[in-house]
Design a protein around this ligand. Structure first.
Ligand code: PSU
Ligand code: MN
Length: 307
């Protein structure tokens, strides 16, 4: 096992599970603080930890609290992340700042991946990845999630890439960065709210065991970086593309009108899509995180069997 980096504070439960080689799954916290409204955000966070436990894995929600990177949180910590007015959205470059200033920070996919890897965790469950934004040819808005996927050895389970982003350019960038993109149980690349997109699955595997074998093959060869696992939203919870695309277009237009840019773009768009859909997109978002947690637990179990 990897010795956790000394700057991290692991909960006793997570430390114990890692030390004895039991399955552990990392969870991000930006989805709590900046991705969903209260109280659904904290309810989701607690529920997803329960799903991981039921699936045989120890949950390790990751955030920076009072300047300390924490791996594995208590209920009170989740409540703080869900309600505190000054929780920064912390991507990789923000980590040193929140640590030096003793602030609270909710970690994105990029920073959660890095902290998970520093703790020795290899499986991470989230909702949606950041990527190349539409119009990136002029805005240069490309999420640091992508560069981190290119360099840190963690399997990241998501529901694909939403069409607030340029899905095609995001997939091209992942290819350039050497990140395998494997779709679980489907021939289509999923677009978060919907099971399909205009793109086919770059790779397909139908079981957690096969995905774990791919992780092992990649890292045994010394190929660094993530394995991106895209898990399509369950059929019953999907919002058809023609319905969600109109709402996304409206939200994107408003984003431009208000001159919103940088790290505020994704939270703004997610919040507006929840409002414009009358709350339906939030229910879909929660359903897909639940489904990702079920797959992530199975993947962590398969990984720890062979590790
Ligand atoms: N997509 C979602 N919900 C989220 C995010 C993305 O459906 O909460 C968050 C994740 O934490 C992701 C981050 O890592 O937004 C990407 O932000 P940016 O585009 O600023 O890098
Ligand atoms: Mn950005």
């Amino acid at each position: 096992m990897t010795t956790p980096h000394p700057a991290l504070r692991l909960s006793p439960e997570v430390a114990g599970a890692l030390a004895s080689g039991r399955p552990v799954v990392a969870l991000e916290s930006t989805i709590i603080s900046h991705g969903m409204p209260y109280p659904r955000n904290v309810e989701m966070a607690v529920e997803v930890e329960g799903i991981l436990r039921d699936g045989g894995a120890t949950p390790a929600t990751i955030a920076v609290l009072g300047g300390v990177p924490r791996i594995g949180l208590e209920r009170d910590d989740l409540e703080t992340l869900a309600t505190h007015p000054d929780v920064a959205k912390v991507s990789l470059r923000d980590l040193p700042y929140v640590m030096a200033t003793g602030a609270h920070g909710a970690t994105t996919v990029a920073s959660t991946m890095r902290l998970a890897a520093l703790a020795g965790i290899r499986v991470f469950v989230t909702g949606g990845l950041g990527g190349v934004h539409r119009g990136a040819e002029t805005s240069f808005d490309i999420s640091a999630d992508l560069t981190e996927l290119g360099q840190t050895d963690v399997a990241v389970v998501s529901a694909g890439v939403k069409s607030i982003l340029d899905i095609g350019l995001t997939l091209e960038t992942l290819e350039t960065l050497g990140v395998p993109v494997v779709v679980h149980g489907s021939d289509a690349f999923p677009s978060f709210y919907s099971r399909t997109s205009d793109f086919t699955a770059p790779m397909r595997l139908d079981s957690a065991e096969e995905i774990a074998a791919m992780m092992r093959a990649k890292w045994d060869l010394g190929l660094s970086g993530a394995v991106s696992v895209a898990n399509p939203v369950p059929v019953a919870d999907e919002i058809p593309r023609d319905e969600i695309d109109g709402l996304i277009a409206t939200a994107l237009g408003e984003c431009e009108e208000h001159g919103i840019h940088g790290k505020d773009v994704t939270p703004f768009l997610l919040g507006r899509i929840v409002e414009l859909s009358g709350g339906r997109s939030l229910e879909t978002n929660i359903a897909l995180v639940r489904s990702n947690a079920r797959l992530g637990a199975a993947l962590a179990v398969a990984w720890s069997r062979g590790a």
